[in-house]
Design a protein around this ligand. Sequence first.
Ligand code: WTA
Length: 650
Amino acid sequence: MAKVDVKFSPHKAFAKEAHVATKAALSRMVDEASEDVVSFWEGQARELAWFAPWRKPFVWKHPHAQWFVGGTTNASMNCLDRHLGGWRKSKAAIIWEGEPGETRTLTYQQLHAEVCRAANALLKLGVQRGNVVAIYMGMVPEAIVAMLACARIGATHNVVFGGFSSEALKERMNDSNAVALITQDAAWRRGDLVHLKAAADAALKGCKSVQHVIVLQRTSEKTAMKLGRDHWWHEILAGASRTNEPAKLPSEHPLFILYTSGSTGKPKGILHTTGGYLTQVAYSAKLVFDLKEDDVYFCTADIGWITGHSYIVYGPLLNGATIVMYEGAPNWPEPNRFWDIIERHGVTIFYTAPTAIRAFIKWGESWPAKHDLSSLRLLGTVGEPINPEVWMWYHSVIGKQRCPIVDTWWQTETGAIMISPVPGATTTKPGTATKPLPGIAVDVVRKDGTSCDVNEGGLLVVKHPWPSMLRTIYGNDVRYREAYWSEFPKTRKHPGWYFTGDGAKRDKDGYIWIIGRVDDVVNVSGHRLGTAEIESALVSHKLVAEAAVVARPDELKGHALVAFVSLKSSAKGLNTDKLREELRALVAKEIGHFAKPDEVRFAESLPKTRSGKIMRRLLREIVSGFGVTGDVSTLEDMSVLERLHKGDEE
Ligand code: WTA
């Protein structure tokens, strides 16, 4: 695709009203933060409410950070109670729209009452501080209520995306030792019902730790309830009090676990704690989205992903903002649903993913053209690199060349936005997330740790710990050290850096361009997946000998998945079309529909190094159609490569 080489400075009208209004003001913030990063973050932490102040702002024992040690606070109190003192109590916290079309608004006061009732219900069931509660729901206000209720009593929430299968839910509940599960009968998606409770029941068959299940009744579907274990949300909350004292929790109390994909078959339980996480999400939400009292903020992510946690729930609510939450698919009943929502609710800030924008482009400009989008003042994107053409479309067709675009780079592990324009101050260029936010120290380096030259591709690292960083991988600190701290380890001469897993380069203006993952993590339609997870699902099939999954670029989804599968000899003569569908169904069962390979190619054998490692790089080159260019000297059997190229099937 052609390179779009343009720059956009913030419009005067936007900058005039912005929290950070000039380049100079932003530079001052950056300088202030780099002079004394810990006291910079202390300043941000003071924006929150604390029961007791911290004694030590930052304790670092490589690779473990603690922030605001000795301080006590509560996430739910900060998101809710803090706003009840004045007129904000009657302000809309959540404007919700169900896929079938109904709408509901919860003010801060109403949301507070619901959260207190849910917190009391959890306490009544015996859920205690430090327990893990799994949440497996669709996009309904009660999902937010459930998260904040956990936070209120000091239970650690573990939200599992509603698109995950029962197997995936089971694995996540077992790994986190969840004592309770909050779910719903079914959720609406593209005019259909997703039967979450049925999937949860299947998962619970293999999960001993969960004692209680709370079930929200979203639909009129008949739902089996297990006596003694299952409780209807409306029944258990009915008798619960609307007040509840928030627990006074240490800053480092675990707020949530969120599972994400890594480069092995087992998902990683990313652990985030309270004070540091809240500090940085509140700060970044205000700075990057320039949140103001009268904004109506719409983020299209699902709460099952980190974007939903940090920028649907915690970031906006900490700032007392009004959020729009939408239950269903963007193209239901027609591809104008988001534009219709923006027009009807007067959305001012819209945050979505490149994969969604690519779908909007495919559906055509006539859909947004039907709607008055003049309420919009700021656009955002997250999750994968946005190509300049897609950025330009977003800028002109949705933003009418008026709205700044914030391309925000961050990860489940970072908890909050790390690299992004600050919309009143940063000149943007299509395709780059620009520069790190004040307080964040990132660099693009070579494998030997030296900084890359201008436009030289390298590895993206974070050089100083930040407040919302993950604290560990739940139950597996060894893997935490290996996954993030072994590429640039601490030595006598080196402090040790966090490795993001992303490749990047820096241009002459110091802007960072993310090239993509350098490990076996791929992004399919905005969902982060590890190819190893899919491989382990495939090899669980009795006829599969080996499998290697690689990604190829896809115009719509970012990446499409291609699975190379070699079969056992017992599969000889079987119908491969049938087997192909069986394997795709198996992945849907083990992980979820969104993880199904787009293509399954059968191969007699897979290309391997002499030491027996599958050469995924070669497979990637084959599926990308570029031809094999790199070094093949370690390949064990050249004829394998030829056969794969010809697309020979067994
Ligand atoms: C990618 C999502 C380019 C990146 C918040 C990262 C991006 C991974 C961007 C994390 C962006 C996220 N530009 N790439 N603006 N934002 N990524 O954990 O590869 O689902 O490592 O967090 O998404 O994905 P995750």
